[in-house]
Write a protein that binds this ligand. Structure first.
Ligand code: ADP
Ligand code: MG
Ligand code: MG
Length: 869
């Protein structure tokens, strides 16, 4: 087996399509080499080697020998010797998984330096300062990443030296200072480890390779994988690359750039660079980098070359690239290229533009926009009508706006968010450890760091609003306060941040929901051309129905009627009904509610203008409607004209231990048929009246929680009797359907029998998940996280459908149902209807449509297209 792939001298053993084996970075380096783009030579140790290393606890056979061979080739290629006293070869050791995991894995730069080679470097470069600067960087990085001595310990030493020299920034330190730093660093290492800093360059290399392999399993890598659903089994590749130096003087530098704007998608070269700097200096937010456009003035030739390279790369990859480069003595080197992460807004714009430019076809354009991501476009922004004063302005790092309470640590963000609080995470700069807190926060605000800082990159990936590099903020993370413009903001104070403009506002500002942009609407139209699944919405009000239609919903898949029972003081009549002694009493109360229900349905039918509307008859346990306090009971007693004592007794009687498995769903219709009768009257009368006005109506009456075909048989009869009576009295030719929800395992298993009485099935996967797992939706939050942590469940089954269990029941339900009734319509109306992975599953089992909340409709349209393509 081949474990090592060389690249250099204009040729690479690997190529761009070998991401699985070489990792994204390795594949990119190989591809760029083959394209003739200037890349320093090096080699990639495969992800397979990493996986085997994890299993064996040691390198697989031959890997190290192959690496040494590649190293020799590398030495020949640039005519330097690894560990050589004269002209030493230095390398970087870089991780690189299949997909980029920003900041997750650690890179070691300047490897190969020791007390001897540093002198060699000094003489070939002609600069002692440069050589010792590189050495101290190496000791610091290597110690942090490989030896586990915290980065900050070294920073402290640097601070002391700077203070002693009375200087502000690193570049002001001279060669003697650098030498002193090296000595102090080495001393620090000896003290910490009880042994001296490794001088054997091969040992350095081996330890670094191990560290990269091991970093696959560090906590932040694991967290990142969990959040991004990246399998633990992939492993990372290791890239060993000859060093090029951006820190050799003012004709050197380093930068990161995007071939298009990753925030807005505009077609413009976008990025940042630092003169006389190395590697992570740009992203670390220590010095504030300059915009890339400035490079044109400072190094015109390099800039021209860079432009040529980035265009070449974008045309080659046919996607926006995120590139890293270093300039050594006016010579440009590319160190990385990958498909750039982008906001949803940028993803849409870039996909649309690239189609228009003829770079990609329609299908590709649709596939370029991730369904889970477009959720961002449906995120709130500041109401343009609002008047507010921004106290400071940072970089607009990730669009959207957020309001929340200020917190200063990722831990606090997670804690507060778990209590349902909305928080803004405020940090000087974020680091990979903060990822959990960033995920929990509504938005992220940092004081240092640029558009490509950790906070910015991660927030964009998460679709979270972020303002970065807001230098006007004096953040004191220890005493938990911010001083800005003479004002002090403390923990828990409410602020608003606007990631679209970079504004920071010290008060709560009204946010509004966004609308579909022209390009986004176009992409969704293209998606509609490909998709096979219908997309409906779950909506209970005319307003929600209208919103959903605007987003492209093709009908209502679930209109819950219980909300209609709670509105205003309708609840009094509902309670009177529930607590009544007999049918007579119930009817009396029910018919107080009926006009309201009818009104609601009229509004919804009108809003949907002839699109199908699935209305679910009353579903929740009666338990939920019972008045609990004495005060409420008094009120109902008065309202209904019955003694309070009697009501109280009745209320006691109705209490259930396990209401979700109790007197609910069609069981209500079976025991109190008058409830469903009233609802059918309201629905069909409303439908007939709207139809009479000339608006088409397509009501679909849905009976919940059926577990036995007989239930549906009985209730269908009742429904048809009422409906047909109403229709003939209005004398309109109204068509309606009667169907059921499949949300109990027994219903799925006997779907053929049930199909006899159903025109359609709608899989209620919330309840079906609950009843299949025997897991309470309302209480499982207490222990589900442990199940996810321990990987017993891969994911929360209420968020993404459990394909092998619950999904299997859906599959059985569809098959059995269709075996009895070929034309049976099937859909899904649980929360899963808006979840991309679940939508792919729905396509697979052949459902006719999915139904989800109005704001998820665009996500579902796109996901349904992805499911086909
Ligand atoms: P990440 O995955 O975090 O981007 P990289 O492996 O790309 O880590 O390394 C980070 C930075 O280190 C690069 O952007 C580059 O500036 C610098 N770097 C890496 N390898 C080299 C090298 N061979 N020569 C010079 N700089 C390098
Ligand atoms: Mg890094
Ligand atoms: Mg990189």
């Amino acid at each position: 087996k081949k474990y090592v792939y060389f690249f250099g001298d204009g040729k690479a053993e690997g190529s761009g399509d070998m991401k699985n084996l070489l990792g994204g970075k390795g594949a990119g380096l190989a591809e760029m080499t083959n394209l003739g783009v200037p890349v320093p030579p090096g080699f990639t140790i495969t992800t397979e080697a990493c996986v085997e290393y994890q299993k064996l606890g040691d390198y697989p056979e031959g890997m190290w020998e192959e690496s040494l061979k590649a190293l020799e080739k590398l030495e020949k290629s640039i005519n330097k010797k690894f560990g050589g006293k004269e002209n030493p070869l230095l390398v970087s050791v870089r991780s690189g998984a299949r997909v980029s995991m920003p900041g997750m894995m650690d890179t070691v730069l300047n490897l190969g330096l020791n007390d001897e080679t540093v002198e060699g470097l000094a003489s070939v470069s002609g600069s002692k300062r440069f050589a010792y600067d590189s050495y101290r960087r190496f000791i610091q990085m290597f110690s942090d990443v490989v030896l586990g001595i915290e980065h900050n310990r070294f920073e402290e030493v640097i601070k002391q030296v700077k203070k002693a020299r009375n200087v502000e920034i690193d570049t002001q330190l001279d060669e003697n200072d650098m030498f002193e730093l090296v000595e102090k660093f080495k001393k620090l290492v000896s003290e910490e480890l009880g042994r001296s800093f490794p001088q054997d360059v091969f040992e350095q290399l081996k330890l670094s390779v191990n560290a990269v392999f091991d970093s696959w399993n560090n906590q932040r890598a694991k967290t990142y994988r969990r959040l991004n659903k990246i399998p633990d089994e992939w492993g990372t590749a290791v890239n060993v690359v000859a060093m090029v130096f951006g820190n050799m003087g003012n004709d050197c530098g380093t930068g990161v750039a995007f071939t298009r704007n990753p925030s807005t998608g505009e077609k413009e070269f976008f990025g940042e660079f630092l003169i006389n700097a190395q590697g992570e200096d740009v992203v670390a937010g220590i010095r504030t980098p300059e915009p890339i456009s400035q490079l044109k003035g400072e190094m015109p030739e390099v800039f021209a070359q860079l432009e040529e390279v980035y265009r070449k790369l974008e045309n080659h990859y046919k996607d926006m690239q995120d590139i890293e480069f270093t300039v050594e003595k006016n010579q440009l080197y590319m160190l990385q290229t990958r498909n750039g992460k982008r906001t949803a807004k940028a993803a849409v714009k870039i996909a649309y533009d690239m189609y228009e430019e003829g770079l990609i076809d329609k299908k590709t354009a649709v596939m370029r926009v991730a369904p889970a991501q477009v959720d961002q476009l449906l995120h709130p922004m500041i109401d343009p009508e609002e008047k507010y004063k921004a106290v400071a302005k940072g970089l607009p790092a990730s669009p959207g706006a957020a309001v929340g309470k200020v917190v200063f640590t990722a831990d606090d963000a997670e804690k507060m968010a778990s209590k349902g609080e909305k928080v803004i995470l405020v940090r000087n700069e974020t680091s990979p450890e903060d990822i959990g807190g960033m995920d929990a926060a509504e938005g992220i605000l940092t004081a240092t760091g640029g558009m490509t800082s950790h906070a910015a990159v991660v927030a964009r990936g998460m679709g979270k609003c972020c303002v970065a590099g807001c230098g006007a903020l004096k953040i004191d993370e220890k005493s938990k306060k911010i001083v800005v413009d003479n004002e002090t903001v403390r923990e828990n104070d409410i602020i608003t941040i606007n990631g679209t403009t970079g504004e920071v506002i010290l008060e709560k500002v009204k946010l509004i929901e966004p609308e579909l942009s022209g390009e986004f609407a176009k992409i969704l139209e293209w998606a509609d051309e490909f998709r096979e699944l219908g997309v409906r919405t779950n909506a209970d009000t005319p307003k929600d129905s209208a919103t959903a239609r605007k987003f492209g919903a093709e009908g209502i898949g679930l209109c819950r009627t219980e909300h209609m029972f709670f509105e205003g003081n309708r609840i009094d009549a509902v309670r009177e009904m529930i607590l009544a002694d007999d049918e007579e009493g119930r009817k009396k109360a029910l018919y107080k509610i009926k006009p309201y229900q009818k009104e609601d349905f009229i509004g919804i039918f009108k809003a949907m203008e002839g699109l199908p509307v699935t209305i679910r008859l009353l579903d929740p346990p009666l338990h939920e409607f019972i008045p609990h306090t004495d005060e409420d009971i008094e009120k109902v007693a008065k309202y209904a004209g019955v003694p309070a004592d009697k009501l109280k007794a009745k209320a006691e009687e109705l209490k259930e231990f396990n209401p979700m498995l109790g007197h609910r769903g069609c069981r209500l219709g079976i025991t109190y048929p008058e409830i469903y009768e009233m609802q059918v009257y309201a629905i069909i009368e409303a439908a007939c009246e709207v139809k009479k006005e000339g608006v088409d109506v397509l009501p679909e009456i849905m009976i919940p929680l059926v577990g036995h075909s007989k239930e549906l048989e009985v209730l269908r009869n009742i429904t048809e009797k009422v409906a047909d009576e109403v229709i003939s009295s209005y004398n309109v030719g109204l068509k309606y359907l009667v169907g059921t929800m499949i949300e109990l395992p027994r219903a799925a298993l006997t779907a053929d029998e049930i199909a006899e009485y159903a025109d359609f099935f709608s899989f209620g996967t919330n309840d079906l998940t609950q009843t299949t797992f025997g897991l309470s939706r309302d209480d499982s939050g207490r222990f589900l996280p442990a199940y996810i942590d321990k990987k017993i469940y891969r994911e929360d089954p209420f968020i993404s459908i459990d394909q092998s269990g619950v999904g299997e029941l859906v599959k059985i339900g569809v098959e059995k149902g269709r075996s009895r009734k070929k034309e049976l319509k099937t859909g899904i109306c649980g929360e899963h209807g808006g979840d991309p992975d679940s939508i792919y599953f729905c396509q697979k089992v052949g459902l006719n449509y999915v139904s989800c909340s109005p704001f998820r409709v665009p996500v579902a349209r796109l996901a349904a297209a992805h499911a086909v393509l």
